[in-house]
Design a protein around this ligand. Structure first.
Ligand SMILES: C[S@@+](CC[C@H](N)C(=O)[O-])C[C@H]1O[C@@H](n2cnc3c(N)ncnc32)[C@H](O)[C@@H]1O
Length: 175
């Protein structure tokens, strides 16, 4: 029994170290937007506020373990795309999509290099330090009519159409 406890403890410590390493490795790029997931309750609230056709183009900028992509598929049958730069998060997102047979796409890479001109919905849950630059990128690239949903942090310079309060605020913008 003792060895089982020691094994569990070792696995837990190894998982924590792996998580910490993956976060630190990409810190210069993520600048504080760490690998933390949006809660199920908040994702449900976002999806309840949306209407999407199965052909909608949806992107999650920094998709973490891909939970938003899976939720969008389950609710609307939309094959969303996620960008993720943290290798552990990317691996988990790919693995979980495979396990649950979710046909969403998860790209390993930096969303700052992505072209945002062709999306119906842009979702993000990032960090205050990034929001001004993201607001500029979205205003420059996204087409009129695009819906932008930002969990927790507002996009400076853009006026939200709606703000949902589910724990923290969730901002909805129509460009
Ligand atoms: C707070 S988490 C949100 C995860 C997911 N969107 C969710 O709501 O559950 C932010 C994620 O963005 C990723 N990220 C931050 N900057 C990035 C960048 N420049 N390119 C790709 N991913 C990035 C981080 O690695 C992290 O997994």
């Amino acid at each position: 029994m003792e060895w089982l406890f020691l094994f569990g403890l070792g696995a837990g410590v190894a998982a924590l170290l792996l998580y910490a390493l993956s976060v630190v490795l990409v810190l210069p790029k993520t600048r504080g937007a760490m690998f933390v997931g949006t809660s199920r309750r908040r994702i449900r609230a976002v999806l309840e506020a949306l209407e999407l056709s199965p052909t909608a183009r949806v992107v999650d900028l920094g998709c973490g373990d891909g939970r938003f992509l899976r939720a969008v598929w389950r609710r609307f049958g939309v094959r969303a795309l996620g960008y993720e730069i943290n290798p552990l998060a990317w691996f988990l997102a790919r693995g979980l999509n495979f396990l649950f047979r979710i046909p969403a796409e998860v790209r390993f890479g930096d969303f700052w290099e992505a072209d945002l001109s062709d999306y119906d919905l842009i979702f993000c849950y990032l960090f205050p330090d990034l929001m001004s630059a993201l607001s500029e990128k979205i205003s420059r690239e996204a087409r009129p009519g695009t819906l932008v949903v930002s969990a927790n942090f507002p996009l400076p310079g853009l006026k939200p159409q709606r703000v949902l309060q589910v724990g923290e605020p969730i901002y909805f913008y129509r460009l």
